[in-house]
Design a protein around this ligand. Structure first.
Ligand code: NAP
Length: 320
């Protein structure tokens, strides 16, 4: 089958390890099933894998991709939950992994997944929209509605407006009744964030009109100091990513003196993915797609993400 695979690591030029071509059909362990992929979306996780983050060299070659929507063995339209783990909250399973970390991922004609990881896809969501949900949108949903501890009407700051998680945060926060402020390095992306539903936008690092109740952080080092300064006393940063670096100064004086909370968040549970699907059904909110490409042209999508030239999700499609 055709697949997009990581064949080696290069931290500086990750696209050199990207290989498109024929791969064996996935093995199907007991309790697992096969999904015929109709659409899959790109995440920064896929670039990190090509840089050698979160995976060992002896696991290569590895089919990339954490997200997919497609058809199960019984002909049902499904969304694939990407977290492989057990327990009431599988994201807390110490042995949990995401598709493409230990098991081949979704950038292929077919992917094997545990049966419990199939979530029904409602007819109102297209395959391309549904393929955006399992990583970026699920992560945003859990950050905002589970970890942030906010009530509707609160003010939330989203750092790095253009990203897949960030655009999801802006749209979910808007639909959930929050006041949404967003930052971006790019004027064009700031204008687009306003169109998406942000109430106000700011240059990265800019002084804000007032302090916010919570900050949604995925950029990391480049925005961390600003995130701490942006919070009201007792406010909370929810962090799920560190695209620009993971070890900024902690500024502990500010953390204890203002009694701030720093809360980590990763992906979400299968139940939360089900509720996210229902949230989109109920509110009419739909994932923002920057571009849709045939899987055979995946390299173009990876390059755009590497250059930071995206606003929303990149989706790869396969013929039905
Ligand atoms: N923990 C989890 O479960 C989980 C799940 C999903 C994603 N993540 C992580 O979250 C991060 C975002 O993922 P994504 O898929 O949304 O990636 P993405 O679409 O590539 O978005 C990255 C965004 O970060 C901003 N950015 C990058 N470098 C920056 C810099 N030096 N200064 C300021 N802003 C910068 C950019 O915003 P502007 O250009 O608008 O400034 C860009 O749009 C990644 O680190 C990813 O690994 C974690």
């Amino acid at each position: 089958m055709f697949a997009v695979t990581a064949t080696r690591f290069d931290p500086d030029n990750p696209l050199t390890g990207l290989t498109l071509g024929d791969r064996p059909e996935p093995g199907v362990p007991d309790g697992w099933t096969t999904v015929t992929v109709r659409a899959a979306s790109l995440n920064h996780h896929d670039l990190f894998t090509l840089k050698g983050v979160g995976i060992r060299a002896e696991q290569l070659p590895m089919v990339l991709g954490t997200d997919a929507a497609g058809i199960d063995e019984d002909g049902n339209e499904v969304v694939v939950h990407s977290v492989i783990g057990t327990g009431a909250d599988e994201t807390l399973d110490p042995k949990r992994s995401l598709l493409s970390e230990r098991h081949d991922g979704t950038f292929a004609e077919r992917v094997a997944v545990p049966r419990r990881n199939l979530v029904p896809k409602p007819a109102c969501l297209g395959f391309e929209e549904a393929a955006c949900l399992p990583t970026a949108w699920l992560t945003a949903y859990r950050m905002l509605f589970d970890k942030a501890g906010l009530e509707p009407g609160s003010t939330v700051l989203v750092q790095g407006a253009g990203g897949g998680v960030a655009t999801a945060l802006i749209m979910l926060a808007r639909a959930g009744g929050y006041r949404v402020w967003a930052t971006s390095r790019s004027e064009d992306k700031r204008a687009r964030a306003l169109e998406l539903g942000a109430d106000q936008v700011f240059e990265s690092g800019a002084r804000l009109p007032e302090r916010v109740d919570a900050v949604m952080e995925t950029v990391g080092q480049a925005t961390w100091a600003h995130s701490l300064k942006a919070l009201r006393p007792g406010g909370r940063i929810v962090v799920s990513g560190a695209t620009s670096g993971a070890v900024p100064p902690a500024d502990l004086n500010r953390v204890f003196f203002l009694q701030l909370s720093v809360v980590g968040s990763t992906m979400g549970t299968r139940e939360q993915l089900g509720r996210l699907v229902r949230f989109l059904e109920q509110t009419g909110t739909r994932p923002l797609i920057d571009r849709t490409l045939p899987l055979a042209e995946a390299r173009e999508g990876f390059a755009a993400m590497h250059e930071g030239a995206l606003f929303g999700k990149v989706v790869f499609t396969l013929p039905g």
